[in-house]
Design a protein around this ligand. Structure first.
Ligand SMILES: Cc1cc2nc3c(=O)[nH]c(=O)nc-3n(C[C@H](O)[C@H](O)[C@H](O)COP(=O)(O)O)c2cc1C
Length: 359
């Protein structure tokens, strides 16, 4: 197939591949810049981005804001011509302050999910930063676009559709995730394309719809594009790269993973999540006892009743303390067998896409 570019509200990515954000710290400036340098979109994970700052536990917001600015600058230095985005979870405390800081630092794009980002447009007013919600159904895309249209007189620059095979938090019930006949991301992409159409007509603007979750090969990418998607967002595959910002033990866990190591867990964010079964998952009850030093990162998370501290668990994992960590994965993790450079991964994907037919 011919490899199309991806136009995000006038920002032109040479290839239609977005590297999905992976928090905490798994997709930092190194990975985002490497993907951006290959012509894709690199996305830094914004959630608790300041976890390595010395005052993270005592002065969390200031530590997060400082790290955010540092990481955006660093990514820009590494990829001066590339497109760099930030991902902010709606469930995060201080969402607006952090979004404002990213916009003032000149971030190209904010991608936002784990809830509907109703007030995202107000953070970019007067700036060129593009905005994209993550949704898991046509209905959710309609709700958010209607809200933005009514309250801000604008629409999204792109909509990302995350299907049930994705890693991290998932916008589906446990029942749907466990069902044999769960919808495919392609089914949902088609629904979302239909839902955004009236808004594209009203605003005379193209809204690219992106497929995410379980996309592994160039042929998978071609299938999404042939179904009408304008691009894909991929995360799991980018973990097994030299440039991924996580500890080597995190990457090795991906390489060792088998299909039946993948489990669906309940997260304190209030959504199910997909992760690797490990000591942490098997002994969750003990981690509930150990909650200490809460930094109040999530709206609505009460450390007195939370099943475990998700922030501590994700930080343990990215630092390579896997036994005590929560290792989020996409359902295709078991296919990964080696660590490669971002350049060679993208070359492989593009070669496979080139071999696929245009439909
Ligand atoms: C380790 C890990 C962490 C993730 N963290 C986030 C996050 O912080 N915010 C978010 O919106 N999505 C997050 N995701 C979801 C990805 O950005 C992406 O959309 C999804 O995993 C795509 O599916 P794939 O991994 O099968 O390619 C995470 C996924 C993984 C594997």
């Amino acid at each position: 197939m011919n490899i199309p570019k991806l136009d995000i509200g006038g920002l032109l990515a040479e290839i239609p591949i977005i590297q999905g954000a992976m928090g905490i710290g798994v997709s930092g400036p190194e990975l985002a810049a490497a993907v951006a340098n290959e012509g894709g979109v690199g996305v830094i994970a914004g959630v608790n981005i300041g976890y390595n700052e010395p005052d993270f536990k005592t002065n969390t917001l200031a530590a997060n804001l400082r790290a955010l600015k540092k990481q955006i600058k660093q990514a820009r230095q590494l990829a001066p011509k590339g497109i760099i985005g930030i991902n902010l979870m709606v469930a995060m405390n201080h969402y607006i302050e952090i979004a404002h800081a990213a916009v003032h630092e000149g971030i190209d794009l904010i991608i936002s999910g784990a809830g509907l980002p109703t007030n995202l447009p107000e953070t970019v007013q007067g700036f060129k930063t593009r905005i994209a919600p993550i949704v898991s159904s046509g209905k959710a895309s309609k709700i958010i676009l209607q809200y933005w249209d009514k309250h801000y007189g604008r629409i999204a620059d792109m909509v990302i559709v995350e299907g049930p095979e994705a890693g991290g938090h998932l916008g589906f019930s446990q029942e749907i995730l466990n069902a044999q006949n769960k919808p495919s991301v392609i089914d949902i992409v088609k629904e979302v394309i239909a839902a955004v159409k009236p808004f594209e007509e009203k605003y005379k603007k193209n809204i690219p719809v992106i497929a995410a979750g379980g996309i592994y090969t160039g042929s998978d990418i071609a299938d999404c594009l042939n179904a009408g998607a304008s691009g894909v967002q991929m995360a799991t595959r980018f973990v097994a790269t030299d440039e991924c910002d996580a500890d080597i033990r995190f990457k090795e866990k991906y390489i060792a993973a088998k299909n039946d190591d993948v489990v669906i867990i309940k997260s304190p964010v209030g959504l199910p999540g997909r992760a690797l079964n490990n000591k942490f998952i098997q002994e969750l009850d003990e981690y509930r006892e150990k909650i200490a030093g809460c930094v109040q990162c999530l709206k609505g998370c009460n450390p007195k009743v939370a099943p475990y501290c998700i922030s501590t668990a994700l930080i343990n994992a990215v630092r390579g303390n896997i036994d005590d960590g929560l290792v989020f994965v996409g359902s295709n993790v078991y296919k990964i067998d080696k660590i490669v450079s971002v350049k060679s991964l993208i070359e492989e994907l593009l070669n496979e896409m080139a071999l696929a037919p245009n439909q």
